[in-house]
Write a new protein. Sequence first.
Length: 498
Amino acid sequence: MQTTVVVQALEEIDVDALVVVSFDKDSAGGGLGDGAAKRVDATIGWLSELYASGEFKGKSLETALLHRPPTFKARRLAAIGAGKPEKLTTAEVRKIAGAALRFLKPKGVHTIALALDEAFAGPASVAAAIEGAILGDYEPDQYKTDKSDAGRIDSYTLLVPAVDAAIEAAARRAAIVAESQNYARALATEPGNAMTPTILADRARAMAVEQGLECEVLDRARMEQLGMGALLGVAQGSNEPPYLIVVRYRPEGSEGAGTHLALVGKAVTFDSGGISIKPSDKMDLMKFDMAGGAAVLGAMRAIAQLKPALTVTGFVPAVENMPGGRAQRPGDIVKTLSGKTVEVVNTDAEGRMILADAMTYARNLGCTHIVDAATLTGAIVVALGDIYTGLFPSEDAFASRVAAAAEAAGEKMWRMPVDDEYKEALKSTYADLPNVGNRKGGAITAAMFLKEFTSGAPWVHLDIAGTAWLDDAKPYLAKGPSGAPVRTLVRLATSWNG
Ligand code: BES
Ligand code: MN
Ligand code: ZN
């Protein structure tokens, strides 16, 4: 889908569907606002009649459609509800754009224009409208032979009152970020048989070549040599060889001084639970257990194009967790790269094992700050559902930085406690640490475990087990992988300055 931002008269735009934003009918001007909706209504009276009939109230994401509008070159006019104008945030603009596109896409519409009124046509709104449309356009249908039901949008045009350099930059940036988020979603959509650690490593290499990033892939022999006993222990029950994928971005002219941000993403290409096997109900969802790794690769893809001023390295430990004959047993004790020993009380708590070695490796390579993204615990799904990502920080300053990036990127995150009192639950009789606590505060004890492998660096753990996958479609997003938290990771890197 091609996206453009133009200044053009509403009547003149030659598209299959022209979308105008209409507000709650109890707001100023009876919901018509002071832009495109008002202009359309002044010309053909369509919207005031819709409001008067009660068929359309201008509530958030409500839609209406008119074919062959007189005096307009567009073949259709569509209205999208935006609720109360004073509540029109950039997050709402993102939803409006996505919902309008998803409303029109299955209707044989191939070209869309969305008019942004003066009150919400600045760089932030333009960016949100482009992100919303590109994200809304994504369908997890790479394996459908007949894709005709979903439809196809070729071009998407934003009509704005004026364009300047800031708007153009915001539009370019938004397209890069949203396409990278869709890239991550496409990786997470792949089923376990088509997304093994080997295939993920191949995809990462191809992406790195395309984007001009360095990529290094550590194989089993190398990881044995280094002593990554935790990661290798998880991998040993599968016939699929494990890899640690490392993707590097270096800003021009920097010799690696100062901040070196590590983005670490859990990539269990399928999580059966291992010998502590999961129940079969919904086990198919566990193909998404590499969503953190996919998000890190997606973020690196965007970072390569946006070129922030700090060094960023992506670490993606990729394994399959299977109960094969060589699988690790509950009770096994492994030695991590850090030197700490871990008792594998539950083989289904595998994510923290692979992250532990990947984070130690990141620190050994000189990373100063760590953010990890992982579909780590069912407990965070119980706590926060699929709306908020759990944000577990090691310290306030870095927590605020990541939270600000999430806020600016429009991804909801909720700060969770990382408190040493929870470490009481992490006691092993035989090793330095067990890999699980008791049932209480499961998402927090998982974070406490990870913190043991940060060697004091500022660190934020993002538990995306609830937010990386949508069980049901939203009006502005298909069901399936959401691509969280790609936008936050990119925003964190690009807003660093210093
Ligand atoms: N990948 C799962 C977490 C998960 C569970 C994500 C459900 C999405 C939905 C993780 O590897 C896991 O199995 N965690 C266990 C930990 C437990 C054994 C301490 C869990 O949450 O049940
Ligand atoms: Mn598991
Ligand atoms: Zn898992």
